[in-house]
Design a protein around this ligand. Sequence first.
Ligand SMILES: Nc1ncnc2c1ncn2[C@@H]1O[C@H](COP(=O)(O)OP(=O)(O)OP(=O)(O)O)[C@@H](O)[C@H]1O
Ligand SMILES: Nc1ncnc2c1ncn2[C@@H]1O[C@H](COP(=O)(O)OP(=O)(O)OP(=O)(O)O)[C@@H](O)[C@H]1O
Ligand SMILES: [Mg+2]
Ligand SMILES: [Mg+2]
Lengths: 165, 165, 165, 165
Amino acid sequence: MFLKQIEMKGFKSFADSICIELEQGINAVVGPNGSGKSNIADAIRWVLGEQSVRTLRGSKMEDVIFSGSNSRRAVNRAEVTLLFHNEDGKLPIEYSEVSVTRRLYRSGESEYLLNKKPCRRKDIIELFLDTGLSKQAFSIIGQGQVEEVLTSKPEERRMMFDEAS
Amino acid sequence: MFLKQIEMKGFKSFADSICIELEQGINAVVGPNGSGKSNIADAIRWVLGEQSVRTLRGSKMEDVIFSGSNSRRAVNRAEVTLLFHNEDGKLPIEYSEVSVTRRLYRSGESEYLLNKKPCRRKDIIELFLDTGLSKQAFSIIGQGQVEEVLTSKPEERRMMFDEAS
Amino acid sequence: MKRRFSTTYQAIRKHFKVIFQELFGGGDADVYLTNEDELLTSGVDLIARPPGKKRQHLSLLSGGEKSLTAIALLFAVMKVRPTPFCVLDEAEAALDEANVKRFASYLRTFRERMQCIVITHRKTTMEEADVLYGVTMEEEGVSKIVSVKLEDAKEVAQEATATGV
Amino acid sequence: MKRRFSTTYQAIRKHFKVIFQELFGGGDADVYLTNEDELLTSGVDLIARPPGKKRQHLSLLSGGEKSLTAIALLFAVMKVRPTPFCVLDEAEAALDEANVKRFASYLRTFRERMQCIVITHRKTTMEEADVLYGVTMEEEGVSKIVSVKLEDAKEVAQEATATGV
Ligand SMILES: Nc1ncnc2c1ncn2[C@@H]1O[C@H](COP(=O)(O)OP(=O)(O)OP(=O)(O)O)[C@@H](O)[C@H]1O
Ligand SMILES: Nc1ncnc2c1ncn2[C@@H]1O[C@H](COP(=O)(O)OP(=O)(O)OP(=O)(O)O)[C@@H](O)[C@H]1O
Ligand SMILES: [Mg+2]
Ligand SMILES: [Mg+2]
């Protein structure tokens, strides 16, 4: 199982629709300060169900919607879709390709889609539960976060071991 | 006024006596991970009266004394001396050169010297008070600390402004 | 429950010791339970001793040593419990060139089992990648993705050759 | 007391706005009092808007943007209240090459009035220095200082040329 593609539109600095086709192996994301690299990591977390606004560096969930720039006006919704290759059946669902979508409107309305069909956040979490991706304890290491595993309390570190068990 | 020289022996990884002669202008300190660069910054803080063991990355003050390596045994004391050029009289003392020394013995005994004469920590703090170096609020920025001025609370940030007033 | 934690814990511990030595080129490290009698609730703590150095409090390690130790533990967890993909956002920021080389080479050993998405400014990491994606903001405040050749990326990267100072 | 804070505050504010624009090549920034009526106790908060972007919560800024904004504020305080020397331990770690160049050039404008001791891994910063000191551990666990030529230091440094991706 691997992540084949990330599509997003209106998510943080990605005002326009973009599509990133990933490969198996090592994918390096490069670019200048402030260009949007960490925003891609945020998008992945977000689709997998991230609820902590703080983890997404915002002060309210609405902050993930493109809020405009000198050359563009704000938009009304953010949407991210992850497309997974699932030939090995790691995701417990009868599809060789699985797409997961999350949308948020400025009105506050929010949607999750599994293979283009509406579902609940709960369904996404359950789907990814056995892959270890639901909690992202050690699969998504944010900028400046790598040393946390050293500075965190023994109890917190234990949670990472629990996640892996 | 500027820092002409740093001498130390037994301070953290500087087991042997070393003498660094600095120049006015920009002095760059370079070297591999773990070689001892940040320990030099710790030494400067320490002589100027730093009392927070945490700021010095230790768990007790004794941690600043060279504790040995595969090739060397631990030593019993740490000593650091800063030599300042004081022709402009920035330091309120009748000397064109001012040396400040701090020593710590494993027994816990501790000494401060001003121009080689014993003094109290209080005297060092007072001497540097008007230079802005006593509190080190913004004159010594530790590794990983630069963003603190952004993440700190408005009240903490205000203290930096107070220091500068 | 207890058994599953214990099995995972021992596996992570075994890998951590090996990976630490590989990344540091020696030394040793370990994890231990803060409360051996309470397996279900015990915290997990760690010890790290870089090559040639004496064992000390984790806090005294240098910035680069802390990062590398944390990376060793994360890699150990990933070996025991690989997730389909992992995202690393500038995890190697504090490492010098020699250490980035080891980090990047070790990362390559995962590529069969775990897709890696690595956000980086470091040329050495880019050289170990299978594919590069460039993020830019041609239009003010709007991110887009461009395909990047390694030669071009190297030009902006933080790069180096590997001679000791 | 109130007046002295007010004068210093306004001076730092003025410099911060200018330095921010110089380091970012545009945009704008400001500091403001959280409680204007209570000058003696008010906290200080800040706003930063990189060029071309819309004003947002500080937390949404990228790692490099946060560092550069913090550096602008620190430089402003140093301009208003220069200390005899300052110590910067890898303050530019999160900056890309273009930003390190601006950081290092700006640092040079201080050299007449304030001695700078800069711990760094970045070639660009080394090139702006007046003198280089190398820290090494030839003998296990024991630090020593060696004199370093810029050409040798460049070899281990995190370096780059300045073409955009
Ligand atoms: N909702 C939003 N609308 C528009 N722009 C946004 C939004 N949220 C974040 N941004 C912008 O995205 C930029 C941050 O991008 P990101 O953190 O991905 O940068 P980066 O490429 O990781 O940079 P660095 O190398 O400095 O870490 C910031 O300038 C921020 O203002
Ligand atoms: N009391 C002590 N006795 C012996 N060694 C010590 C002592 N205190 C700290 N050290 C060692 O000094 C080293 C840390 O040095 P320092 O933090 O100065 O490294 P650095 O050159 O700044 O590296 P980096 O580039 O990774 O930040 C550590 O390996 C630590 O174990
Ligand atoms: Mg980033
Ligand atoms: Mg350091």
